[in-house]
Structure formats: structure tokens, C-alpha cells
Design a protein around this ligand. Structure first.
Ligand SMILES: *Cc1c(COP(=O)(O)O)cnc(C)c1O
Length: 383
């Protein structure tokens, strides 16, 4: 058994980030400023998008995108039950009502047929999540959006490198929301970003992220002379700091190299776990690029001989950090109490959520780490 604990989702940090953070600290300007502007530009270029607004989280990105979409009380937003709670909470904070549409059992992404069935005259937006980094069926979702006249806001927290039919995830809908949380493919500690082709909406999101103050209010402390600012609506405090952008700039330079490393790890898992009584991730759909954020296995007690929770415990005891992405949203008491949801109403997501277990997939893993993970899964499945 390995000696030290393998932390799940531990980010790969290199000297370039450390040097840039030091330089940023020494410059005396830590808050939102020139490094954030550089990061926004570089990220927009990477994803071939028009505008990027960097924020302090993907949750903030989702919240402000929903506000910029012009939701009104009573409006409905359709999303997936197979996601992190933040996707649903952002809808609630924007004053709308979340509506769930079940997932496809193979892709684990929101099923366009279920979306169609959930549309009502009050549907204002659909919030698909590219789960694990696998792109949603954007042809069908965008066709439905055109037909039924709703806004699409993509949750790209897992999908930084994802492409669908040659086009980057996050550039299909009106907004694409990204996360740079510590465990994500590109990490700034806390961090998020919105991509959009709508200049007006980008400006509104920028303003809402800084107290609702008129444009570029962050420059008020700069050397161009003091500038008065004017509050034009009650905003939030959601800005990214230059300290975070310092890390992001260098993480972005390595994003493709890290993706290639995760592909090697992915293929080793596929090969070396193939003979076990588990369900492994489905092959990539043609003409798509998977973002390779999560490698999820499904543990069905009838085949595997152990429960998912028992395997979680055994792997942790063998010093391998593991994750659960996710128990379906209606498993949580708040949503049951407020909306009367029960897991059984979305049975595909329910079953995935009760069987799923995520293996470490950080680009930081060594070949020996991967071997240790495979051995821990094998050992954990022995009765
Ligand atoms: C991580 C995550 C979020 C939230 O991202 P933060 O940057 O932590 O706010 C939202 N949606 C999904 C699917 C996520 O995995």
C-alpha cells in the first residue's frame, strides 16, 4: 500500500505560477487589474470567443449570466439533476425556479428529449452541464432553443478543453461559465469566467461583479488620476484578483499539455480496469473532444460484490482520495422541502448518483500514482 495519501484533484502548480504570484505581490497591485485583463484576453483567445469576464467563481458566473439573461420572478430554468448544487443554487439566487430534466444513461448529460418534455411557456433558459468534460448534444439543445425561444447558459465547470463538432464548449449558448476552483482542470484557487459574444451583456456582468459601479471602477486607485465612480444598480462583489490571474495565466499556458497527460491516464484506466465488474466511461462521441475532468466508474453491488460506499471507504483506507460526482440533486433535503422533489422522479440520475465513484485524474499524477489507484480499485473489489 502507498505510504502517503493521494489527494483527489490536487492541482499541478509549477515555478512559473509561483514566480508570477511573487511578482504580482511585489508590484503592490493584487486586486482586479492588468493581470486579470491579460487572463481574460488569453482565455477568450484560447476558446475563440469574443468577450471574457473573469470572476471569483463559476457560481458567480452562472448567477450573473442568469441575471444578464433578464430572468423575471416565476421564470423557469431547466437544468440537469446530475450536477453540483451550484448550478441549481445559481438559478434560485437569480430569482427563478429550477426545473430538472433527466440525463442520458450513456453520456450522463442532460437528455434533449427530457428538456423538450420539461419546456413550459415560462421556460426562459436552459442550463446544460458538460458533465465530466463530455459535451452535451449541443445541436439538439440549440435547435430546441431557437424553436422555443429560450436562452442557453452552458455550465463549463468541467469543460475547459471540451469541443463539440469542432467548436469549443461555452461558445454555443449566450453564455459559457467556467470554474477555476482548485480541483478543476485549470486552477486559480477560487475563480471563474463568463464567455459571451454579447458586448452589452459582458459589460453588464462586469458591472454587476463590482457593486454595480460604472465601467472600469477598479482603475479608481490607479495612476491615471482619481476617477469618481457611480453606482447604477445594486451589484455584487464577484471580481477575480490579479493574484489569482497570476496563477491562471501560467495554468492556461499548460492547459493542452495537461489535457494530453490526462488522456494517457484515462487510457491506462480504461485498459487496466477493463476486466473488472465495473462500468467504465463510454467511448467519446464522434467529432467531439472530451475535457477529461472526471473519470467516473459505476459500482453496481450486484456485479461488483461491494457497495459504492464500501469501495469509497476501502480506497480511502488504501490512501487513495476519491470523489462522488454527484449524488443527484433531488437527494438533498433542501430541494425536497422547497420543491417537493424526490430522487425517483429522475431515475437515471438517481441510479448514476448512487453508483458513481471518481478516480484521481490530475495531470500531476505520476505513473506510479496511477498504478496505485488501479491496485486499490482491484483490492477494493475483492470480497
Ligand atoms: C465546480 C462546479 C461549479 C462551481 O464552481 P465554483 O467555481 O466552485 O463556483 C459549478 N458547476 C459544476 C458542474 C461544478 O463542477
Amino acid at each position: 500500500m502507498r505510504k502517503d495519501f493521494l489527494v483527489f484533484g490536487s492541482p499541478q502548480i509549477e515555478q512559473a505560477e509561483i514566480d508570477e504570484v511573487t511578482e504580482c505581490l511585489r508590484s503592490g497591485w493584487w486586486g482586479a487589474g492588468p493581470r486579470v485583463a491579460r487572463f481574460e484576453k488569453a482565455f477568450a483567445k484560447y476558446r475563440r470567443a469574443d468577450y471574457a469576464v473573469a470572476l471569483n467563481s463559476c457560481t458567480a458566473a452562472l448567477h450573473l449570466s442568469l441575471l444578464a439573461a433578464g430572468l423575471e420572478p416565476g421564470d423557469e430554468v431547466i437544468t440537469t439533476p446530475m450536477t453540483f448544487c451550484a448550478s441549481v443554487n445559481a438559478i434560485i439566487h437569480a430569482g427563478a425556479k429550477p426545473v430538472l430534466a433527466d440525463v442520458d444513461p450513456v453520456s450522463m448529460n442532460i437528455d434533449p428529449r427530457a428538456v423538450e418534455a420539461a419546456v413550459t411557456p415560462r421556460t426562459k433558459a436552459v442550463l446544460p452541464v458538460h458533465f465530466a468534460g463530455r459535451p452535451c448534444d449541443m445541436d439538439r439543445i440549440m435547435a430546441l432553443a431557437d424553436q422555443r425561444g429560450f436562452t442557453v447558459i452552458e455550465d463549463c465547470a468541467h469543460a475547459i478543453e471540451t469541443e463539440y463538432h469542432g467548436q469549443p464548449a461555452g461558445t454555443f449558448g449566450r453564455f459559457g461559465c467556467f470554474s477555476f476552483y482548485v480541483t478543476k482542470n485549470l486552477a486559480t484557487g477560487e475563480g471563474g469566467l463568463v464567455l459571451t459574444r454579447d458586448a452589452g451583456a459582458a459589460g453588464r456582468i462586469k458591472r454587476l461583479a463590482l457593486h454595480g459601479m460604472s465601467a472600469d471602477a477598479w482603475k479608481r486607485f490607479g495612476d491615471e488620476g482619481y476617477k469618481h465612480y457611480f453606482v447604477v444598480e445594486p451589484g455584487y462583489k464577484y471580481t477575480m484578483m490579479d493574484l489569482q490571474a497570476s496563477i491562471g495565466l501560467h495554468q492556461l499556458e499548460r492547459v493542452e499539455a495537461n489535457w494530453k497527460r490526462r488522456l494517457q491516464i484515462w487510457n491506462r484506466y480504461l485498459e487496466e480496469l477493463a476486466d473488472l465488474p465495473l462500468c467504465l466511461p463510454a467511448p467519446f462521441e464522434p467529432d467531439t473532444r472530451h475535457g477529461l475532468h472526471l473519470f467516473t466508474i459505476l459500482v453496481d453491488e450486484k456485479n461488483a460484490g461491494v457497495t459504492r460506499d464500501e469501495l469509497l471507504t476501502r480506497m480511502t483506507k488504501s490512501n487513495i482520495g476519491v470523489g462522488v460526482h454527484y449524488m443527484s440533486v433531488p437527494e438533498h433535503p433542501y430541494y425536497q422541502d422547497r420543491y417537493g422533489w424526490t430522487p425517483d422522479a429522475w431515475p437515471v440520475a438517481r441510479d448514476i448518483g448512487r453508483a458513481t465513484l471518481s478516480l484521481p485524474l490530475s495531470a500531476k499524477l505520476t505513473d506510479q500514482d496511477v498504478t496505485d489507484v488501479v491496485e486499490a480499485v482491484r483490492a477494493g473489489l475483492k470480497r
